[in-house]
Design a protein around this ligand. Sequence first.
Ligand SMILES: [Zn+2]
Length: 280
Amino acid sequence: MSIELPEAKILADQMNKELCGKRTTAYELKNYESLQKIGFINKNADVFQQLVGRKVESVQSRGNVIRVKLDQSMNLILGPEYGGRILYCADGKNVPVRFNLRLEFSDRSILAITLTGMGAIQVFKDSELEQSYVYKRDFSDKTSPIDVRQFTRDRFSKQLAEKNVNIKQVLVGKDAIVVGLSNSAFQDFLFRAGIHPKRKASDLSKEEANALYDAIKELITDRIKLGGKNEFSDLYGKQGCYTATMGPNMKGKACSACGSPVEKLSLGGGQVFFCPKCQK
Ligand SMILES: [Zn+2]
């Protein structure tokens, strides 16, 4: 149950609504030692004590990462991108048994955060934020595809035209021109745009670049509107309703548009499903 840009945005908006102005009264860390060893949680667990007594000022997301900004320059950075759950329990009841971090607020409400895959639960002061790999990566000067001022049609097609490399490399991963697009989103919007995954970015026609731009925007909008992917649960435990139009869920199936058998190829360190007929 990965949490990518649309899901991180849903959670951040919900957390912003529920947590702003509230003061933390207690915290508990559980089953966190193995996560510390691989750098997902601060090496010094005592830093979590600094969250106690702080007031939540805002919650925002960028890419796959959520920043909970507290007073006195404190931050809780959450990036459960390869699997995790963030749950809000308004009355402090029905808190899940399994969690890694539990935060309690002055009105007895509780936030329970669990990592089930690679990700981050980190505490940093404003001046230390660059030490967080996920924060540094996504709260960067790279374009965010949900920022209407940054992600413009002209800028996007110009950037594509400059890259004489495979389209996936341009859109997903550390060298991408945008933040927050995953391999799973890549398969989905490429199918929507009718573009073959092996194409080079600079080879796309103006029409194809436009179709790709629209597909990325539509995919993110649809996923947010439908409450996230269907394996995702929001802050209140409500399951998302978005099913990918192309991806591992199409394995062994016929293309929804033309009926051709969906194919799979290995690309950029991951598997990509596509329709050989609809995607040129
Ligand atoms: Zn097809």
